[in-house]
Design a protein around this ligand. Structure first.
Ligand SMILES: *[C@@H]1O[C@H](CO)[C@@H](O)[C@H](O)[C@H]1NC(C)=O
Length: 205
C-alpha cells in the first residue's frame, strides 16, 4: 500500500517535469549554454566523449519507442525483458566506453556540446524508466517477478551511467553553464529518484 500510494505522486511529479522541460530547454537553447554562444573550437578533446554519449542515445531511442509501444496483449514479461535487456546492454557499453575515454580537463574546454548531449541521453533514459514504471504497474502482481532481474540490471547500469556522467556535471558546476546545467542536474536528480522508486517497487515483489 505504501508503495502504491507513492507511485501516483511520483508519476505526477515526473509528468510535470516532462511537460515543463521542452519549454524550459527551448528558452535556454544551446546557444546560451556556453559562455559566448559559439564554440571556440576548444571542445575537440571532448569529441570522443560526445560521440560515445550520442551513440548510446541513437541506439536507445528505437528501443525506448518499442518499449513504450507495448500495450495490452503485447506487453508480456518476455517482450518487456527482451527490450530492457537490450537497453541495459547499450547503457553498459556506454559506461565502459566512458570509463576508457581519455580524461579531459573540463575547466579549459567549451562544454556546450557535451552538456546538450548528456541532457539528450539522460532525458531519454528518464523516459525509459518512466515507461518501466508504467509497465510494472500494468503487469502488477506475479508477472512482475519475471521482469525483476532484468529491471534490476537496468537500474544498476543506469546508476553506473549517472555516476560516470556526474563527473562531468559536477566538474562543470564551477563553469559557466548556468541554466542548461541546472536542467541536466534536475534530470539526474529525477533519474535517481526514479531508480530509488523502482528499487522499492521491484524489491517488494
Ligand atoms: C554504439 O553503441 C552500440 C550499442 O551499445 C555499440 O555496439 C557500438 O559499438 C557503438 N559504436 C561506437 C562507434 O562506439
Amino acid at each position: 500500500m505504501r508503495v502504491l500510494s507513492f507511485i501516483p505522486a511520483f508519476l505526477l511529479a515526473a509528468a510535470s517535469f516532462v511537460a515543463a522541460a521542452p519549454t524550459t530547454s527551448s528558452a535556454v537553447g544551446a546557444p546560451s549554454c556556453g559562455p559566448s554562444g559559439s564554440s571556440n573550437g576548444n571542445d575537440v578533446a571532448l569529441q570522443p566523449i560526445i560521440t560515445i554519449i550520442a551513440n548510446a542515445t541513437t541506439y536507445i531511442q528505437p528501443l525506448s519507442t518499442q518499449l513504450s509501444g507495448l500495450s495490452g496483449d503485447s506487453c508480456t514479461p518476455d517482450a518487456v525483458s527482451d527490450i530492457v535487456v537490450q537497453i541495459t546492454a547499450v547503457v553498459s557499453t556506454c559506461v565502459v566506453q566512458l570509463q576508457a575515454a581519455a580524461k579531459v580537463d573540463l575547466t579549459v574546454v567549451d562544454l556546450t556540446s557535451l552538456c546538450a548531449t548528456i541532457y539528450a541521453l539522460l532525458t531519454l533514459v528518464f523516459g525509459v524508466l518512466q515507461t518501466v514504471v508504467a509497465i510494472i504497474l500494468f503487469l502488477a502482481g506475479g508477472a512482475v517477478g519475471t521482469v525483476q532481474a532484468v529491471v534490476t540490471n537496468l537500474l544498476h547500469a543506469v546508476l553506473d551511467l549517472v555516476g560516470c556522467l556526474n563527473i562531468f556535471v559536477v566538474a562543470s558546476l564551477s563553469g559557466v553553464l548556468g541554466p542548461v546545467l541546472a536542467l541536466v542536474c534536475g534530470v539526474v536528480d529525477l533519474l535517481l529518484s526514479i531508480v530509488a522508486g523502482l528499487n522499492v517497487l521491484v524489491g517488494v515483489h
